[in-house]
Design a binder for this molecule. Structure first.
Ligand code: FE2
Ligand code: FE2
Ligand code: FE2
Length: 271
């Protein structure tokens, strides 16, 4: 569980190394919490906790600075999530000081690793890959060979996803279309419905072939679906075209990145 897998690589060297460091530190703490015959176990755990907190703080600072530099639209959301992780680490102090801390501490460490894994796959993966709305408008979204997994059903469904993405692109890039809101809402709904169908099919296929990376895939799919489900369009009123555009750029780039980075690996194993 504490192993850092390739699914977590985001492609920005320093950040990847720091993520590995976080996994390592939490893993070491877990091992120590599990061992029984160490006299100064809790002193050592306290020291490790302080190290973990410093390390995480520094890492989040680097990540946020990097996001700021590239003008990543998710910066505020990430800041909030990082604070959540910080708060959880702080809880460990009280646990170590309390009675019979072992079990609680182990639970907390498992929580931290799971959180980290989900956060990296759901949010950090997009850090090195976001483009501006202007660049996105100039991009073309043809479904070319490089997206093929070699699995017929999955490729067909990805082709359909590209069709929806292309429609989104056409609407947003069309300068002569004055009111894009209703059209985008309709396409968003289509994307929501279709990704659910597709993720389910893909997961069934992975189960059938006993695909090793299925958990990471399910996590990624779940994050995307939850995100779409939780979206409150009433918050985005008709004047906020900019917010809507940024959101569409994020969703479409996420999907394409997911196909290239994760789905193509399914095809590689299936062969
Ligand atoms: Fe992050
Ligand atoms: Fe897929
Ligand atoms: Fe997938």
């Amino acid at each position: 569980m504490f192993e850092f897998t390739d699914d977590c690589l985001i492609g920005v060297n320093q950040i990847d190394e720091e993520h590995k460091g976080l996994f390592r530190l939490i893993g070491e703490m877990y091992e120590l919490a599990e061992s029984e015959w160490i006299n100064d176990k809790y002193d050592r755990l306290c020291a490790m906790l302080a190290r973990l907190k410093n390390y995480a703080d520094e890492h989040f600072r680097h990540e946020e600075e990097y996001m700021e530099q590239i003008g990543h639209p998710e910066l505020e959301l990430q800041k909030k999530q990082h604070l959540e992780f910080d708060r959880k680490i702080t809880e460990a102090d009280a646990i170590i000081d309390g009675q019979n801390p072992d079990e609680l501490l182990r639970d907390l460490l498992i929580y931290l690793v799971r959180w980290l894994y989900r956060h990296i796959i759901g949010s950090d993966l997009m850090i090195g890959k976001m483009i501006s709305v202007e660049e996105w408008k100039k991009k073309s979204y043809a479904f070319t060979e490089k997206y093929l997994t070699g699995i017929e059903l999955i490729d067909e469904e990805h082709r359909e996803l590209f069709r929806i993405i292309n429609n989104v692109h056409d609407v947003l890039a069309n300068e002569f279309l004055a009111d894009k809101y209703d059209e985008i809402v309709r396409l968003l709904e289509e994307l929501r419905t279709y990704t659910k169908v597709h993720f389910k099919d893909e997961e069934e296929y992975m189960e059938r072939i006993g695909y090793a990376g299925i958990e990471a895939q399910k996590t990624a799919h779940d994050i995307f679906t939850t995100r779409l489900d939780k979206m409150d369009l009433s918050e985005i009123d008709e004047n906020q075209q900019e917010t809507l555009e940024e959101l569409m750029v994020f969703l479409t780039e996420w999907l394409i990145n997911h196909i290239l980075q994760m789905d193509k690996r399914i095809g590689a194993q299936a062969q």
